[in-house]
Design a binder for this molecule. Sequence first.
Ligand SMILES: Nc1ncnc2c1ncn2[C@@H]1O[C@H](COP(=O)(O)OP(=O)(O)OP(=O)(O)O)[C@@H](O)[C@H]1O
Length: 239
Amino acid sequence: MLLEIKDIHVHYGKIAAIKGLSVDVDEGEIVTLIGANGAGKSTTLKTISGLRPLSAGKILFGGRDISKVAGHKRVLMGIGQAPEGRGIFPGMTVTENLFMGAYARKGNVDKDLAEVFDLFPRLAERKSQAGGTMSGGEQQMLAIGRALMTQPKVLLLDEPSMGLAPKLIQQIFSIIEEINRRGTTVLLVEQNAQQALQIAHRAYVLETGSVVKSSDARSLLDDPQVRAAYLGGGAESAI
Ligand SMILES: Nc1ncnc2c1ncn2[C@@H]1O[C@H](COP(=O)(O)OP(=O)(O)OP(=O)(O)O)[C@@H](O)[C@H]1O
């Protein structure tokens, strides 16, 4: 197993956001976390990347306990994240933003840059444009591209479809599939459960900080309770 999240608890002050959550991600998979607002999806990703500390439980990466490893070291180990809200450097060009993803590591950066431009031709067309002047969709591409420049073994994606027009959403999801086909494992957090389940191999449903259901993605798409609660089938909640 590439990534093992074992019975973790995470707090914001006294508020327990994650309560005994366990999730596994195997090498080569796309795994998605779905759930209502506030279920703890983003917090789970932030905890894996080291932005939030654990109160209990542990996280193993490649069999090694990384629970106490600093965030920047986790990036070097192969945990890459494209954060919610993009987090790109607005005053830097597209190329400079991409190089920032690779500044701390060794290896052939130009080859990875060429690969990112191959995945996102739009970024190649706009390589000298300031990141802050790119459209929402382009900034999302840039954030994913920058995460890829860290050469992740697992790519953590937080709401990549947020705020994008339907056509662009399709495009981002196809690119995520392509990134996975080229060998990167993906852990995807999405409000857009329908789209996420269509590209994922497996999925976990989160409710108030715990997993309430997990299965292969196809069965969740067909699950009446999941359809009702998360796929626009009507009733709001309760599995
Ligand atoms: N900085 C914070 N301070 C206090 N509480 C927080 C903070 N960030 C998140 N929370 C709380 O932790 C819980 C989980 O939030 P989280 O953002 O992980 O949920 P989510 O599933 O990603 O939701 P969404 O889909 O709305 O982004 C929520 O109750 C939220 O209010």
